[in-house]
Design a protein around this ligand. Sequence first.
Ligand code: NAP
Length: 248
Amino acid sequence: MSTGFAGRVALVTGANRGIGYEVCRQLADQGVVVYLGARDAAKGEAAAAELTAGGGDVRFCAIDVASDPSVAAAARWMDAEAGRLDILVNNAGINFDVQVRTSEADLNTIKETLETNLFGAWRTTMAFLPLLRRSEHPRIVNVSSEVGGFGDTPGSPFGLTKMGGVLPAYAISKTALNALTVKLALDLKESGVLVNAVCPGFTATAPGTAEMGARPVREGAEGIVRAALLSDDGPTGGFFRDGQPLPW
Ligand code: NAP
């Protein structure tokens, strides 16, 4: 399909399944050349092949966001392959630890979670920044969650103060990811890189969640794609769901 976004180059991390996979599909539908990031080559190649069979230009990129060497190698590979990056979607995320009490958390698990959900996004951003700086429309989208927010969205059951004392690793990793979004956006403002955090909302990527009221994956992905395709006068340093601001 030929759109105003045709030929833009995107990398989506953690995209062999779930929301990341759907973000790849929707970006490809807009004519974006999509690099589908995955830490498992067989799964990543299969997912990229599926989306390519559906008509998109989707290519596998090996990247484990928790690993310095893997991320560095992915950035070198992308430099040789595409020479620039227009859109980075930091989507990879782990450990919805809703059964864990904060006072009883295993700190090694907390650290592992931060290694992916916070440092993964941070190291990937730093590694790919030289390529993003070569773009005319650079965008970074950090896939976050309302569960890490101090804010109080009326009617929402999600947020730091709303779910009791559980979910320590995941919620705190997203609070920190939001803070990273603010600092990065300020740091990169002069260079035109728009950096935003997006919450997809409770989205049906895990078995049984649709029955619990989670929204379809297509809907969850749409707000992320919207932030990836912002016009040059779009917001930076914000937190959004479905294009609407969310309280931090
Ligand atoms: P998911 O179905 O569990 O998929 C997570 C993806 O991340 C998988 O492809 C996984 O790869 C990948 N991943 C994990 N660690 C990685 C690493 N170190 N390097 C590269 N890839 C890695 O999750 P999802 O529901 O689609 O969620 C996607 C994002 O949305 C996450 O950041 C999540 O926190 C956020 N979010 C989700 C919801 C929701 O309700 N689903 C709500 C708010 C926010 P493997 O297949 O190899 O494990």
